[in-house]
Design a protein around this ligand. Sequence first.
Ligand SMILES: [Zn+2]
Length: 107
Amino acid sequence: MKALLETHLALWKHRSSQKEFAQQASDITSSLLKQGGSDFSYDGVTCPACGNICVVRVEPDYDYADGESYLSGVYAEQLHCYFCGLKLDTYEALTFCGCKWPIGVRI
Ligand SMILES: [Zn+2]
């Protein structure tokens, strides 16, 4: 896991000298953060590899009681950093990187 983060940090160091690349990554990130659907939303967190803002796709978790559903929490599903290219989509990896959910509900 540590090696993976170091690889992406090195990638970002290499890419950060390209202005257009950084600009593009920043555009994608901010437009994704404005998006959201009825069954998921995006949250920005600090990338565990390069320290830029990366996008975490979060999904609400519902519980059922008395025939009705209610929102019981929000869980991270996938982390994607457009700056260094880091992509995490397992619970173990997300937890390792400090993406601990549930977080504040904002859906
Ligand atoms: Zn990153």
